[in-house]
Design a protein around this ligand. Sequence first.
Ligand code: AMP
Length: 432
Amino acid sequence: MNSVENRFKQYNIPAYALKLLDKKRIQKPTDIQERLIPSAINGKDVIGQSQTGSGKTLAYLLPILSRIDTSKAELQAVITAPTRELAGQIFGVLKELIDEDETSSVRAKQVSGGTERSRVMEQLRNPPHIIVATPGRLKDMVGENVINVHTATMLVIDEADQMLDMGFLEEIDPVAGKMADNLQMMVFSATVPESLQPFLRKYMNNPKHVHVKPEHATPKEMTHYGIALRHRSRLDVTMELVDRLQPFLAIIFASTKDEADELAGEMFKKQYPVEVLHGGLPSRQRKQVMKRIQNLEVQYLVATDLAARGMDIPGISHIINYSLPKELEYFIHRTGRAGRAGLTGESYTLMGEEDRKAVLSLQKQGIRFTFMDFRKGAWTELSKPLFATKQTKRKPAPASDAMPVKKPKKVKPGYKKKAMADQTTSRRRKRK
Ligand code: AMP
């Protein structure tokens, strides 16, 4: 069917999995897959420092599938993720792989909060080879001897930094301690903070650590706009901005749950098709939000960093930073989420005086902002950076050299082109 040789054939992965990859036209390993799959297939401990969109899920699922021994009816691999949604997403990919044809006799189950306990017990009577789980539920089930992890030789910890933040590693710890001595641990995380090290050292043996920088994961350069607030409220500027952008799907990042709730509330009052996603929401509600996004009923998603992380949200055309994250590394993760699948990659960051330090620091890290003033629906590009660095102050350059003055870019995002426009229209109609 495909004239192109599937480059995943070079790895020792099962034929049924290859068949699905072919069907989905996944033929060329991504950076992280290329660098981790060979080691992972050989049973080595691995750390994949990468984010959603890098192809990390297949980077661990394919090696796991190639190492499962289906002649043994026992649990061999446990995959953990911090949220039910993410666990569901991973389980979905896994099921697709193993259900592709009848030659696969791998059995997998999902164990996360929300599923009735008695049902889970019933389902686990015949032990699956692979379990995808959230930490709390996993720990309970292991504690109650519903799940026997002694036979498990592979453990994946996805979004490990988020697990750490949410205190979930403490729940995984006793479970990992019960697993087989020759445990292979595979850890995936957008950041690997120092505070994660004790856990990694405890369970990992000379791991192969691969760091895929976000820029490699995003298909093309982002354009970063810095929007001067000039004492106007963030809310007012955001409203003006979104009216002008008319995004296909914009994620508006807030730094706290309260800020997210407040902004979403205001937008909702003004009848924007908006949803909010943060860790304080019950998981049922988060699930509903994801469903609405998938059904193209949402045009604006107000989210906190932790809630949006790890979720594979398709079709994001714009990222708006209502406020900057406390940890600036999140800026890269936020903005890396737009611009996939041929959509424009544009980020808009609201900037007030209080953001001076953060903005200068981002610029130092190589983020090149195009600074704009945005008033009453009209854009003007600033002829020099919003915040002067020390160097420019010490040695002022002639105005004409201060910064190349680009002509104001016509802000007419490309997402309006192609089929997206139709989809947007149909979605709006649907809303009414
Ligand atoms: P992940 O980083 O695992 O969340 O994957 C992000 C998306 O990339 C998913 O929709 C995958 O189906 C897709 N993907 C994963 N690996 C590849 C690949 N080698 N080529 C093309 N798409 C891929």
